[in-house]
Design a protein around this ligand. Structure first.
Ligand code: SF4
Length: 318
């Protein structure tokens, strides 16, 4: 039997999302899309900061509160219970363990794990929002690590954005492990050009200029700065307009080989995609068909055309 074994990508996750009964009331928040669909490609390691710092199950609920201009994590009913430093210290102890991980999926709205928009209270009244105390430290210490919340993963654009970044991060780690040379970095950049273009055209141009100078720089420092810039650009979600721009660029590599009818059909399909009448997978599939007939090595290697497994169907929704 000739079975392809897929190397799963290591991802950290809030324990309750895997179905572990670790919430304050002993319940869980199992998310089937995360465990089943993404679980085919991701290998999860679970962290529950509130259990890890010894709050126990069940435990008193905690919340973010503003006290004298500072955000603290305190017991909702018992303000004497303040776990801010314990959560932050635990997060700092987790950071080195995340070496080799390619993403983190957090539980939304948690005063510990929420990555944004967690309610902050003052004198019992909602005041605004902030990040969970544990998630904030992880994100600050690992600014390039792709992070997302389970709620936002239900949005098709945010979902594709996160998964695409996870795969970019994974390829970057492979490059650093196996081919960490100036030529390797130039190649990494080259194959991600259209991906960058789809997310952030000014960053695509700027990074092109920066990479042209790589020969004059210390590779370690250069690589860190380059990747930080790149991951920041990729956080900007691609839109129908920016994808259409990339599709036109790709078309430029085959159009001289197409008949007038084929060209017309391709342009119509791309326009229907731009107008929201077709999903992205349709023009991409048609372009790939022409690229197989009229191969071009530079385009064939563009990650943009195969950024993540087709089975995830991330480009199939309108
Ligand atoms: S949200 Fe975070 S702290 Fe709360 S139960 Fe889930 S993993 Fe634990």
């Amino acid at each position: 039997m000739n079975e392809t074994v897929i190397e799963k990508i290591p991802i950290a996750i809030s324990s309750c999302l895997l179905g572990q009964e670790v919430r304050y009331d002993g319940s869980h928040k199992h998310n089937a899309y995360i465990t089943q669909t993404l679980g085919e490609y991701f290998e999860y390691t679970a962290f529950c900061p509130e259990v890890a710092i010894g709050l126990g199950i069940p435990r008193p609920t905690i919340q973010l509160v503003q006290v004298e201009g500072q955000i603290r994590v305190r017991g909702s009913k018992d303000p004497q219970l303040d776990v801010t430093e314990r959560l932050q210290d635990y997060a700092r102890s987790v950071v080195p363990q995340l070496d080799g991980f390619c993403g983190y999926i957090f539980k939304r709205a948690s005063p510990s794990c929420g990555m944004e928009r967690v309610k902050v209270y003052r004198n019992g009244n909602p005041l605004g929002t902030d990040r969970g105390a544990y998630a904030a430290v992880i994100m600050d210490c690992l600014p390039t690590l792709p992070v997302e919340e389970e709620g936002r993963l239900m949005d098709p654009v945010l979902r594709e954005n996160f998964i695409e970044r996870v795969f970019v991060y994974h390829r970057w780690q492979q490059f650093k492990r196996n081919n960490f040379t100036t030529a390797g970095l130039v190649d990494f950049h080259t194959v991600h050009k259209f991906t960058l273009l789809a997310h952030d055209e000014p960053a695509y141009r700027e990074l092109g200029r920066i990479v042209a100078d790589v020969g004059n720089a210390d590779l370690n420092t250069f690589a860190d700065n380059y990747f930080q810039f790149m991951m920041q650009a990729l956080r900007k979600p691609a839109t129908r307009k920016t994808h259409t721009n990339v599709l036109m660029h790709v078309m430029g590599y085959v159009k001289q080989d197409l008949t007038a009818e084929d060209k017309q059909e391709l342009l119509e399909v791309m326009d229907k995609y731009r107008l929201g009448q077709l999903p992205l997978i349709v023009p991409i599939t048609l372009l790939k068909h022409y690229l197989r007939r009229f191969p071009d090595e530079y385009i064939r290697r563009q990650v943009y055309l195969n950024p993540h497994p087709d089975e995830l169907m991330l480009r199939n929704t309108l």
